[in-house]
Ligand binder design. Structure first.
Ligand code: GLV
Ligand code: MN
Ligand code: MN
Length: 407
């Protein structure tokens, strides 16, 4: 059994790219290694490990405790975005193991089942749908649709799951498991600068902005870069560029967020006009109507650009999540647990623009809450993501205090 620093160092090199960032993609080698690490940590502590039919991993402490009582679940995820940071996901898992150690040292025994969960494909970096594991569990993602999702090599989620020993036919809503979850608490690195600016090490989440992932496909005509006159082209890159500029302008005007971080150009040759450009938009705003208005403006920009270039544009929403407000009673209990433990006076309660499995579970009606750990620069989804060891340990103590209060 290792303390926080030992566990952290064990994960340090798993899936680390030359950039210093992490590439831990669901059911690929590095992420499977993280799952093995998770099982080993659970084993050291005598926790029962199981993988559910949607690929989420669970480590149970005291599953037999008052089995008519629902479980308190804590945890996060092990997968990363391409070249992501070390903390987004794993901090919540390592802190969960460390907080169990700390509670046990104090002789604490939960009066209800307690589990650590590592949800699959939270980032959607391999198969495109964020929080796929928790969405499947809660029925927000249909099993058939999930099985058919493909990665950039054309491998389906069904096939990747099968190769990892999971029968893909079992994927889909899991109401029995869901019924066992009484509350879910996810500890996470803060992905902004609220805590750095306020001087607090820990915050509690209030809500998650409405957000979604959308796909624009621009279809034009492939041709020679040297011999095709500019006025004869049907180049899909140009309307895509106009859409990107529209997204930037609309995002700024609405104080919202609009990001195009992924493009696919076909056939992707320097001296050929592309036949097709696909662009993925990640859009987020404070309210659902702001998000709708933002999308309308971006779609308008795409349509205008497409018309000017005689290109066809298709728009599709891949996944959309409405405003999530975390359970106010749970949030209040978490706040008082932190105060009682002497960890923080006046813990900030803050909204976030980042999506989380806790949001998906909250949407499914499970009282859920989140703890954020200070991130000095606010940078996340990047190798520069960082939290001081001292603040991570404050997070462990905070999570232990919350578990003590709830379990
Ligand atoms: C998850 O990290 C997201 O907000 O995209
Ligand atoms: Mn993330
Ligand atoms: Mn995360």
């Amino acid at each position: 059994m290792g303390d926080f620093a030992t566990m952290w160092s064990e994960l340090q090199d798993v899936g680390r790219a030359p950039s210093g960032g992490y590439r831990r993609f669901t059911f690929a080698t590095a992420e499977l290694e993280c799952r093995e690490w998770f099982a080993a940590q659970a084993g050291h502590r005598g926790l029962e490990v199981e993988t559910d039919r949607n690929g989420n991993v669970w480590a149970w402490w005291h599953p037999e405790a008052a089995s008519d009582e629902s479980a308190l679940v804590v945890g996060s995820h092990l997968d990363s975005v391409p070249d992501g940071g070390a903390f987004d996901g794993p901090l919540g898992i390592v802190a969960a193991f460390a907080s169990i150690d700390s509670l046990r040292l104090d002789g604490f025994i939960p009066r209800r089942p307690l589990a650590i969960a590592a949800f699959a494909e939270e980032e959607g970096a391999r198969f495109g749908i964020a929080c796929a594991g928790s969405r499947l569990l809660t029925g927000q993602l249909d099993g058939d649709r999930a099985r058919g999702l493909t990665d950039s090599d054309g491998i389906t989620l069904a096939e990747a799951a099968r190769r990892s020993g999971i029968d893909p036919e079992g994927m889909g809503a899991d109401p029995e498991r869901l019924k066992r979850i009484g509350q879910f608490v996810e500890l996470h690195i803060e992905q902004g600068r609220c805590l750095a600016d306020s001087g607090h090490p820990i915050a509690i989440a209030e809500s998650i902005w409405p957000h979604g992932r959308y796909r624009f496909t621009f279809d034009g005509e492939s041709n020679h870069a040297g011999t095709t006159r500019m006025e004869h082209r049907r180049d899909p890159m140009t309307p895509c560029a106009r859409m990107i500029v529209a997204a930037e302008t609309a995002g700024r005007q609405a104080n919202a967020r609009a990001t195009i971080g992924r493009l696919k150009v076909e056939p992707n040759g320097t001296n050929a006009i592309p036949s097709r450009v696909t662009a993925w938009l990640d859009a987020r705003a404070a309210t659902e109507s702001d998000l709708d208005a933002l999308l309308e403006q971006i779609k308008f920009g795409a349509a205008q650009g497409a018309a000017a270039s005689a290109v066809h544009v298709n728009f599709e929403a891949e996944s959309v999540t409405g405003l999530t407000t975390f359970d106010p009673l749970l949030t209040e209990r978490m706040g008082s647990a932190l105060t009682v433990a002497g960890l923080s006076r006046g813990v900030p309660v803050i909204p976030t623009g980042a999506g989380h499995d806790a949001g998906v579970l909250a949407t499914a009606g499970i009282p859920s809450g989140m703890l954020f750990v200070r991130n000095p620069s606010g940078v996340s989804h990047s190798p520069d993501e960082f939290a001081e060891a001292e603040d991570c340990l404050a997070g462990v103590e905070a999570l232990a205090a919350v578990i003590r209060e709830l379990a």
